[in-house]
Design a protein around this ligand. Structure first.
Ligand SMILES: Nc1ncnc2c1ncn2[C@@H]1O[C@H](COP(=O)(O)OP(=O)(O)OP(=O)(O)O)[C@@H](O)[C@H]1O
Ligand SMILES: [Mg+2]
Length: 274
């Protein structure tokens, strides 16, 4: 997308070099906190005969409390005032009870804004901090509200926009100040102190569609790029549209995030809504 985010990763040392080489070969600006253990692997299977996808999420390493504190402090040191920091992916196993609170506090102290996109189970480690941004998908948002782990998702395509709006309302000012509830091909609900609405997703033609794995991550990337460059006068609808167009472009490739910026802009300008 033409920006160079700085990645800060916990890298388990066992087999870590392989992943370091992969990230280097893609040209990322990346720093690591080395921890003991093995890299968590996710295996994604795309069926040839249908659009069904199966994802196996492996277990991550067990980290220590000291690892987490070191990670939070170093992440805050790399954060500049007003910058948006994205906490993406599942927390490592054995993370401290209040892991998200600790990260939120250190990023806040550095003057950064934190967006947390992680599994509902990990949100149990948030008790006191009201986060700047959260972006669960609808199933995750509903699991957070009913206090379930969210490990088992039962797809439910009924009343999607109404449910997403209700979930965003329920999480507002309890978990976050800006709530984004994404709902796959349906669209996205948004709620903050001033606004509460639903926006349908861009429609991808069936012959272009490849895989929605990583759509949520791509959404966050697009949203954050818009937000970072329009902070003084954020148009939230534009920010969400930018996120949805980025996500739609990522659905047109198998590799999560493996798309061209020009395609995002094309979808944004010519995109047809549902
Ligand atoms: N089939 C699709 N067609 C159009 N847009 C899509 C489709 N799937 C996802 N999107 C866009 O991506 C956004 C995020 O998708 P989704 O709600 O599936 O995220 P997610 O479940 O967090 O994904 P992941 O965890 O795999 O990254 C949606 O709000 C929508 O704008
Ligand atoms: Mg997601």
């Amino acid at each position: 997308m033409g920006v160079d985010p700085h990645l800060y990763l916990m890298l388990p040392m066992h087999e870590g070099d392989f992943y370091r080489e992969l990230l280097d070969s893609e040209g990322h600006d990346v720093e690591y906190l080395e921890v003991a253990g093995e890299v968590r692997k996710a295996i994604i299977m795309n069926e040839e005969a249908s659009s069904a996808i199966t994802v196996f999420n492996g277990l991550g390493p067990d980290i220590t409390e000291k690892n987490w504190d070191e990670y939070c402090l170093a992440a805050a040191k790399k954060t500049q005032k007003g910058e948006i920091v994205l906490m993406m992916g599942s927390l490592p196993s054995n993370h401290p009870d209040n892991a998200i609170d600790r990260l939120a506090k250190t990023i806040d102290a550095a003057g950064g804004k934190l967006l947390v996109d992680t599994s509902p189970a990990a949100f149990k480690s948030r008790k006191t901090e009201i986060l700047d941004f959260i972006s669960p998908n609808l199933e995750e948002a509903e699991a957070m509200i009913s206090n379930k782990s969210g490990d088992l998702f039962v797809p439910n395509d009924e009343n999607v926009s109404k449910r997403a709006l209700a979930a965003a309302e329920a999480l507002f000012n309890k978990v976050g100040k800006n709530i984004i509830v994404t709902a796959g091909a349906h669209g996205c609900a948004f709620k903050n102190a001033d606004e509460h609405w639903w926006l349908p997703a861009f429609v991808i033609s069936p012959d272009q569609y490849k895989s929605a794995v990583g759509a949520g991550d791509s959404f966050v990337a697009g949203f954050a790029i818009y937000y970072e460059t329009h902070q003084s006068e954020t148009n939230w609808e534009e920010a969400i549209k930018y996120g949805m167009a980025t996500a739609a472009a990522s659905c047109e490739t198998y590799r999560a995030g493996g798309f061209e910026k020009s395609r995002v802009l094309e979808i944004l300008s010519g995109g047809i809504h549902e």
